[in-house]
Structures are given as C-alpha cells and as structure tokens.
Design a protein. Structure first.
Length: 161
C-alpha cells in the first residue's frame, strides 16, 4: 500500500539486518516449521540472547477495500500460492505423508468442525442482544488472571518507596 520494500530498504532480507543480533527467515505458512523455529529460538535466547525471526507469509487479499490486491499480482500467482504454500494444505499433506492421519479421517474431522461451527453460529444468532450493564461485566476480574512475573495485587497497589 505504499513504497515497495526494494525502493525503501537497502537490504530486504530483514532477518539479516541486525548487526549484532543473528536472524532466521522462516516459512511462516508452514505450521510445523514455525513451531520448530520457535522452539529452537526459545532455547537459543535462553543460552545466547536475542534472535530475530522473520516469518515469510503471503496475503491472499489486498490490505483494504481500496486495495483489492489484484493490480500488483496475477490470479495465477495467487492460485499457485494457494496450491503450494497454503498452511492448511501444507499440514494436510504432511499429516497424510507421515501416516499420522488418512484423507478420510481429515475429511471427517473437517465435517465435524464445520458442523460445530454452524451450530455455534446458530446459537449466537438466537442469543439475546447484550444489555448496557454487560459493558461493565468482567472488567478487572482477577479470577484466572496470570501474567508471568506480575502479581495482580502488586500491579494495582505498587509498593511505596
């Protein structure tokens, strides 16, 4: 939606731009590759310090209604990405190739998930509209609140120095 990366940056390999921080470029469309990269990076930062990860992904549509995404890429390009880099198709193929699931099992799971989703949408459409008092429900609720390294009481009542 603006200046192309090639025109704006000397080095468009963002994972290589840190002078002192190492980086990796990861196929962000591949769920298992992302998981393994994050596991590796987590261990790396504990032992060595920061690392830069660039997740290479693809947007199927434009940025907004004013940018349909069809002026700077062809339908063939989009179809090729859908066929070869779509995250769902990548993981489906891996599950079948590794014999972790059959095509029939995945199809049955997909049908079950779609049915559950349709049932939940129907329930939501039949639920009553929220009332104004609902705006203030669950605001500041602490049950189940957890943030690593932060105690809730200390965050709302900081110690005086």
């Amino acid at each position: 939606m603006g200046t192309s990366q090639d025109r704006a940056a000397h080095n468009t390999n963002f994972y290589q731009r840190g002078d002192k921080i190492p980086g990796l470029k990861v196929e962000g469309q591949n769920v298992l590759m992302v998981r393994e990269a994050i596991k590796w990076a987590g261990q790396y930062v504990i032992e060595n310090g920061p690392v830069f990860l660039e997740m290479f992904t693809y947007r199927y549509h434009g940025h907004s209604m004013s940018d349909p995404g069809i002026t700077y890429r062809t339908k063939d390009e989009i179809a090729d990405v859908r066929a070869n880099r779509d995250p769902l198709e990548i993981v489906r193929k891996q599950l079948i190739d590794l014999n972790w699931a059959t095509a029939d099992e995945l199809k049955a799971y997909e049908k079950e998930a779609r049915k559950k989703l349709e049932d939940e949408v129907a329930q939501i459409r039949n639920d009553p509209w929220p009332v104004e008092a609902d705006l203030y429900k669950n605001v500041g609720v602490t049950d189940g609140h957890f943030m690593r390294g932060v105690e809730y009481n200390a965050s709302i009542h900081p110690p005086r120095i």
